[in-house]
Design a protein around this ligand. Structure first.
Ligand code: ADP
Length: 447
C-alpha cells in the first residue's frame, strides 16, 4: 500500500519512527527545519529535505511545505509523531486528499475526539464512565453556568473543549469565583485554540492519572494493551510514567480496557490511541482521548513485548492486527523518566551545547533520544532531551534498575531535571506507588 514514509516530526520521536520504518523495510523521508540539520534521523533517512526556518509555524506546522516535500520525494505515507500536526484533522484530510496515507485515525475520528465535549459524549454513549458534569458546552451566560456548577457541586473545573497540553483549564472553588473564571477561560480558549467553547466538570481533589493504550486495525479489530499511570505531573505535564498502573483491582482495569475497545469499535477507530482517566477512590472517570502515539508509549512496549510503532505502521498499511485480546500479556513493570533540558529551580528551558553525555546501560535499560555529546539543543522546540525507560520483573526491580541508571546518567553543558528524577526515585510515596496527580508538586514544595 505504501513503501516510503515521510516523518513529519523531529527529535526523539522522529528517530523512533525512522527505526520502526527501517525495521519493516520502508523507505524514509526526513523533513527538517534549519535548526535541525544535525538530528540523527536526518542522517539516517533515505531522503532529507529542509522545509523551512527554525520557527515551528514555518516548518513542522507548515502543512503546504510538508505536502510539497511528500510529493517531491515520492513518499506514500505521512507519520505525524506526537505534537505538531498529529491531532490536526484538517491536515489528515489534506494528506489523504493528496493520495497519501495518514498514519493515524480517520480525520473524522481525530475531529470527534479532539473536541473534549464530543469525546465525553461519545464515551458516555459507549458505556465508559466520565468525570461528573454535563455533556454540553456552556453558552457563556453566567446564570446557566451557575446552575450547572451548583448541580455538579464545588469545586468544579472549567475546561476548553479544544484544549490541550495542560492549558485552558481553571479550577473554581466557589460560586463567587465563577464569573471571572468563565470570562478568562473563554477568552483564553478563543485565543489559544481558536475555539471559545468551555465546559464544566467536577474537580476531583486527589485523583490519579491512569490511561489505557489501544490499537485498532481498519477491519474492526481492536485490543487494549494494558494501563499506564502518569500521575507524576508538574503543571499538568507528565514527568514520570509507568506500566502497569500499580495497585488497581485487575478486574476493574479489565472492564475499563474492554469498554475502551468497544468504544473504538463503535466509532470505527483505526491506529493507536490512548484513553485518559482520572481515578479517585477506585472509580475511573474518562477525561479525554489522544488520537496519536504518545510520548510514554515505550512503557507499554516493554510490558506488552510489542513494537507499537511497527504495529501502527502495519495497520496503516491495511494489515489486520496480528494479535487478539487473549494474546496480550503484561510482563513485569516499566517506568519512564522524561529527561528535560530545563533549569532545576525555575524550570525554564535550558537549550545549548551538550558538552558531555554519558548514557546508562545494562539489562532492561532503554534510552530514546536524539541527543549526544556535541549536540546543540535548539531553543525553538520543547525541552524533552531523552526518555529513560527501564523494565524489571517487578516494580521493585524496575525501581532499583532505574535508580542505578539515573545515577550513571551524565549530561554536561546544559541544565537538566536529572536531579529531580533522582529525588523522585527516593521518595517514599512514589516508591510505595499509587500517588495522586498533586504528589510531585507537593514534593517540590517541601524542599
Ligand atoms: P490536556 O488535554 O491539556 O492534557 P486533560 O483533560 O488531559 O488536558 O487534563 C490534563 C490534566 O489536568 C490531568 O492529568 C489532571 O492532572 C488535570 N485535570 C483535568 N481534569 C480534571 C478534573 N476534572 N479534576 C481534577 N484534575 C483534572
Amino acid at each position: 500500500m505504501f513503501d516510503s514514509v515521510l516523518i513529519a516530526n523531529r527529535g526523539e520521536i522522529a528517530l523512533r519512527v525512522q527505526r520502526a520504518c527501517r525495521a519493516l523495510g520502508l523507505r524514509t523521508v526526513a523533513v527538517f527545519s534549519e535548526a535541525d540539520r544535525d538530528l540523527p534521523h536526518v542522517a539516517l533517512a533515505d531522503v532529507a529535505l529542509c522545509i523551512g526556518p527554525a520557527s515551528a509555524t514555518r516548518s513542522y506546522l507548515d502543512q503546504a511545505a510538508i505536502l510539497f516535500a511528500a510529493k517531491a520525494s515520492g513518499a506514500g505515507a505521512v507519520h505525524p509523531g506526537y505534537g505538531f500536526l498529529s491531532e490536526n484533522a484538517a491536515f489528515a484530510e489534506r494528506v489523504e486528499a493528496a493520495g497519501l496515507v495518514f498514519i493515524g485515525p480517520r480525520p473524522d475520528s481525530i475531529r470527534l475526539m479532539g473536541d473534549k465535549i464530543g469525546a465525553k459524549r461519545a464515551m458516555r454513549d459507549a458505556g465508559v464512565p466520565c468525570v461528573p458534569g454535563g455533556d454540553d458546552a456552556l453558552t457563556g451566560e453566567l446564570d446557566e453556568a451557575r446552575v450547572a456548577a451548583a448541580a455538579i457541586g464545588y469545586p468544579v473545573i472549567l475546561k476548553a473543549a479544544g484544549g490541550g497540553g495542560g492549558r485552558g483549564m481553571r479550577v473554581v472553588a466557589a460560586d463567587g469565583k465563577l464569573a471571572d473564571a468563565l470570562a478568562v477561560t473563554t477568552e483564553e480558549a478563543r485565543r489559544a485554540f481558536g475555539d471559545g467553547r468551555v465546559y464544566v466538570e467536577k474537580f476531583l481533589a486527589h485523583p490519579r492519572h491512569v490511561e489505557i493504550q489501544v490499537i485498532a486495525d481498519a477491519h474492526g479489530n481492536a485490543v487494549w494493551l494494558g494501563s499506564r499511570d502518569c500521575s507524576l505531573q508538574r503543571r499538568h505535564q507528565k514527568v514520570v510514567e509507568e506500566a502497569p498502573a500499580p495497585g488497581l483491582a485487575a478486574d476493574l482495569v479489565d472492564a475499563i480496557g474492554q469498554a475502551c475497545v468497544e468504544a473504538c469499535q463503535r466509532i470505527g477507530y483505526r491506529g493507536v490511541g490512548t484513553f485518559e482517566f482520572l481515578v479517585e477512590d477506585g472509580a475511573f472517570h474518562f477525561i479525554e482521548m489522544n488520537t496519536r502515539l504518545q510520548v510514554e508509549h515505550p512503557v507499554t512496549e516493554m510490558t506488552a513485548g510489542l513494537d507499537l510503532v511497527q504495529l501502527q505502521l502495519r495497520v496503516a498499511m491495511g494489515e489486520r492486527l496480528p494479535i487478539a485480546q487473549e494474546d496480550v500479556v503484561s510482563r513485569g513493570h516499566a517506568i519512564e523518566c522524561r529527561i528535560n533540558a530545563e533549569d532545576p529551580t525555575s524550570f525554564a528551558p535550558s537549550p545549548g551545547l551538550i558538552a558531555a553525555w554519558s548514557a546508562p546501560g545494562g539489562p532492561g535499560i532503554r534510552i530514546d533520544t536524539h541527543a549526544s555529546a556535541g549536540y546543540r539543543m535548539p531553543a525553538h522546540y520543547d525541552s524533552l532531551l531523552a526518555k529513560l525507560i527501564v523494565h524489571g520483573d517487578s516494580r521493585a526491580d524496575a525501581l532499583a534498575r532505574l535508580r542505578v541508571a539515573l545515577d550513571e546518567m551524565r549530561v554536561g553543558g546544559i541544565a537538566t531535571n536529572l536531579a529531580l528524577h533522582r529525588r523522585i526515585l527516593r521518595d517514599d510515596g512514589f516508591v510505595a506507588g499509587g500517588v495522586d496527580i498533586h504528589h510531585l508538586e507537593r514534593l517540590m514544595a517541601a524542599r
